[in-house]
Design a protein around this ligand. Structure first.
Ligand code: GDP
Ligand code: MG
Length: 346
């Protein structure tokens, strides 16, 4: 049994859960922040994937209804839909080949079933041979250091704020260090997030980022901080410069805290589509990326990019941004993701 088939069985209970969440919010005027983390997950994935669901998934559905037989035209149109959802051309070609041979082998002619097989095969791309771990690597002792990288405007600072909120609420002592020192407004923006999330803060404008990070980590150790988030600048115009700067930053971090950074998260803006994939490939060459945070999934109909990142870049998506609110960053959950995308199909 494939992944989709397995998860499909849970759709009706998820539907019921979602219904009662909306009822709770509308009728009883409960605030979203009062929901349990599980409920927030379901709600965020549901709302955040609405655009993708409305376009990509409904097109798939319509395609299945328009054709009564699997023909070359059917495959051509399917190919088109998948490419438009930003799954990536090469991935799509390979996928179509695999689908064709499965259709032949299993002699599939029922179009509704074929649509399910397509969904199933899409998720095989994601789970294939890999563990689905989206866990953050937390240090056994001393501060855990999480370095955030990515080009300007993708959502690094916002994501740090959302993550700090999450870990602070779990009872961790958090600290934010402003390593994006030259961009106007970047330091105060992070400081505001520190205030909002009861995190410690260290930052200084217009100075060498590595120096700021050095001093910030000293403070983190003195104050027995549990998790430190380091914001960085993302000037990708000059790859060599960026590489040198990140190398210097990594050395400074490692001198203070051996084994750190424990995670280097690359932030990708989902609305930039294939451009985001190119950024991931470039950053992978520059430094050791341990995971991806895919932001602004709520702002795109191309939610298929999650699959492309996995297939083309080979890095796990650890978190997804599903809105601008402080609670709209969720650990990537493949089941909630599939439900959020395909719930209308059933
Ligand atoms: N809709 C939406 N907007 C987001 C998300 N994450 C970040 N943003 C917005 O993206 C913009 C740039 O974010 P910022 O954190 O300053 O990016 P940075 O330059 O990488 O630090 C801000 O307006 C954020 O509110 C998300 O998941 N969904
Ligand atoms: Mg920033």
């Amino acid at each position: 049994m494939g992944l989709f088939q397995k998860i499909k069985d849970k759709f009706s209970s998820k539907n019921k859960q979602l219904e009662s969440i909306y009822e709770e919010l509308d009728t009883n005027n409960t605030e979203e922040s009062k929901l349990s983390e599980d409920e927030k997950d379901l709600l965020s994935f549901d709302k955040g994937l609405e655009k993708t669901r409305k376009e990509f998934v409904s097109q798939l559905n319509i395609l299945g209804k328009r054709f009564s037989k699997v023909t070359d035209d059917y495959y051509d149109e399917l190919e088109n839909i998948l490419i438009k959802a930003d799954i990536g051309v090469n991935t799509v070609f390979k996928f179509i080949d695999r689908l064709k041979s499965r259709v032949k082998k299993e002699n599939i002619s029922d179009m509704d079933y074929l649509t399910e097989v397509i969904v199933d095969e899409l998720f095989m791309i994601y789970v294939e041979g890999e563990s689905l771990t989206d866990k953050i690597n937390i240090a056994d002792e001393g501060p855990t250091v999480i370095l955030m990288v990515g080009v300007n405007g993708v959502g690094k600072t916002t994501t740090i704020g959302k993550l700090a909120n999450k870990y602070h609420r779990e009872g961790k002592k958090t600290m934010l260090i402003a390593g994006d020192t030259f961009r106007a407004g970047a330091v105060p923006q992070l400081e505001e997030w520190a205030n909002r999330t009861d995190s410690l803060f260290y930052g200084k404008e217009n100075t060498d980022p590595a120096g700021v990070i050095f001093d910030g980590l000293l403070k983190a150790k003195e104050e027995n901080v549990d998790i430190v988030f380091i914001d960085t600048a993302g000037r990708l115009q000059n790859k060599v410069n960026l590489m040198n700067e990140l190398e210097k930053i990594n050395k400074v971090i490692n001198r203070h805290i051996p084994g750190a950074p424990h995670e280097t998260l690359l932030i990708i803006d989902a609305t930039t589509g294939q451009n985001g994939i190119s950024q991931a490939e470039a950053f992978k060459e520059i430094t050791n990326i341990t995971g991806i945070v895919l932001t602004k999934l709520d702002g795109t109909a191309k939610g298929g990019i999650v699959l492309a990142i996995k297939e083309n870049v080979g890095l796990p998506v650890k978190f997804v941004g599903l809105g601008e609110g402080i609670d709209d960053l969720r650990a990537f959950d493949v089941e909630d993701y599939i439900y959020g995308l395909f719930k209308d199909m059933i």
